[in-house]
Design a protein around this ligand. Structure first.
Ligand code: FES
Length: 239
């Protein structure tokens, strides 16, 4: 039998299973909490820190997506400090690379843009770095634009965990970190890429897009990841 955990979430007592994360419970309670690196069906990375919550007794905000529930926890999801923290995270992401929405293929369909709008980011207080990063258009169907990448690694995880190809990976550290294909070969020369396009669909920004898409044309489909995982778990395609 599953162990039942009781915790306090925004002043209300809630129950959880011991194997759940704070984000699971927050979503179950229909509380809106922004996320960028999280994607249903993929392993958690805890990298973007947008899902930060306050846990009583913890010295700093905790990423809800990678924090397991525990008995007696007291959690708050929306305080003035947390809202300010999330705005700061979003501003740093916007300042780090080039996110000029007006010329982006995912303008209007971008999760970074949505999260910034929802958090009330109207300007960026930090100096824009705007590095001049390359684009990789060597693939026959897709393009990688490093300038739009926020290093959420959804592409890396979906390629490894769902497609099983492990074409994508991360190289470099800190400000030099980049997503790469097959040990930094051009994407079009990748022997492991199956051209399935899963990486493109899960990318939250315009970093990965279909060739030929122009400004604001590129929409993304996410639901297929949960659908595939559910089908595999229930062995729906095994005869
Ligand atoms: Fe939790 Fe990114 S969604 S850290």
């Amino acid at each position: 039998m599953d162990t039942v955990i009781t915790l306090t979430l925004n002043g209300e007592m809630v129950s959880a299973r011991a194997d759940q994360t704070l984000l699971d419970i927050i979503r179950e309670q229909k509380i809106s909490l922004p996320t960028l690196c999280h994607m249903d069906g993929l392993s958690e990375r805890g990298g973007c820190r947008l899902c930060a919550v306050e846990v009583q007794g913890a010295p700093r905000p905790m990423a809800a997506c990678v924090t397991p529930v525990s008995e007696g926890m007291v959690v708050r999801t929306h305080t003035p400090e947390l809202e300010a923290y999330r705005r700061m995270v979003l501003e740093l992401l916007l300042a780090e690379r080039n996110h000029i929405c007006a010329i982006c293929v995912t303008n209007g369909h971008c999760e970074l843009q949505w999260a910034a709008a929802q958090a009330g980011v109207t300007s960026v207080r930090y100096a824009y770095l705007h590095p001049d990063l390359p684009m990789d258009a060597s693939h026959g169907r897709f393009v990688l634009d490093h300038n739009r990448c926020i290093l959420c690694t959804r592409c890396v995880r979906v390629c490894d965990e769902v497609e099983g190809a492990h074409t994508w990976d991360l190289a470099g550290r800190g400000i030099q970190a980049r997503v790469i294909t097959d040990l930094s070969r051009p994407w079009g020369a990748s022997p492991s890429c199956t051209s399935c396009g899963k990486c493109v669909q899960v990318c939250p920004t315009g970093a990965l897009f279909a060739k030929g898409a122009t400004v604001a044309e590129m929409t993304k489909e996410h639901d297929f990841v949960s659908w595939i995982i559910r089908g595999r778990t229930k062995r729906e395609w095994v005869w």
